[in-house]
Design a protein. Structure first.
Length: 202
């Protein structure tokens, strides 16, 4: 349900997108503070991650236009969809049952595959080296899953099933944006270092 809102704000221009990002990050901050309480280390790390992700998304959109942010959103969504579908279908060994009992190696592979295919379709439409973008999509999936695992660890540490009930039937905002907390700063770093191809900027 958040995807149409994110896409609409992205194409509406930098300011609407920045406002939406700020709203998501603000809600995430509220959920994180509520969850962690007085656990100072968890509180500090989580707040830093939220602010870094929000700043990275806004900077990417303003510095490079909407297309890098669109690629990133697509890669994270593809990861979530691929991991859910393949993981539910094949099941198999779990990655870290003590942290997130529903995440399996098959699901991770499915998320990586669908994110890689999303990247390949992106490059097919814009030009570029397909093999490097297949790898970038798969890497984005791994980084996104790292964010999901970090949130799962925190929720289990503090006894929460969902980060909140802000999104009826879907949990909280953090449950929806956990993958973005790790992938957005990672993409911003790659853009700063110039290690991505220009195709993402087209």
């Amino acid at each position: 349900m958040l995807a149409p809102l994110a896409l609409a704000s992205l194409y509406a221009g930098p300011w609407p997108f920045a406002v939406l990002v700020a709203a998501f990050i603000g809600a995430g901050v509220w959920e994180w503070v509520r969850m962690c309480g007085t656990a100072t280390v968890f509180l500090g790390v989580g707040l830093a991650a939220l602010l870094a992700a929000g700043a990275a998304l806004i900077w990417i959109d303003r510095a490079y236009g909407e297309f890098p942010a669109l690629w990133l959103l697509g890669a994270v969504w593809a990861t979530d969809i691929g991991a859910y579908v393949v993981g539910s279908w094949l099941r198999g060994p779990r990655i870290a049952p003590a942290v997130s009992p529903n995440k399996t190696w098959a699901g991770l592979a499915g998320g990586m595959a669908l994110a890689a295919l999303w990247s390949l379709s992106w490059i097919a439409a814009r030009g570029g080296a397909p093999e490097s973008w297949l790898a970038l999509g798969a890497l984005a999936a791994v980084v996104a899953q790292t964010g999901d695992f970090a949130l799962s660890f925190a929720k289990r540490r503090f006894g929460y099933k969902d980060s909140s009930a802000l999104i009826p039937g879907h949990g909280g905002v953090l449950d929806r944006i956990a993958g973005m907390l790790t992938t957005a700063p990672a993409l911003a770093l790659l853009l700063v270092l110039g290690t991505t191809t220009t195709a993402v900027e087209m």
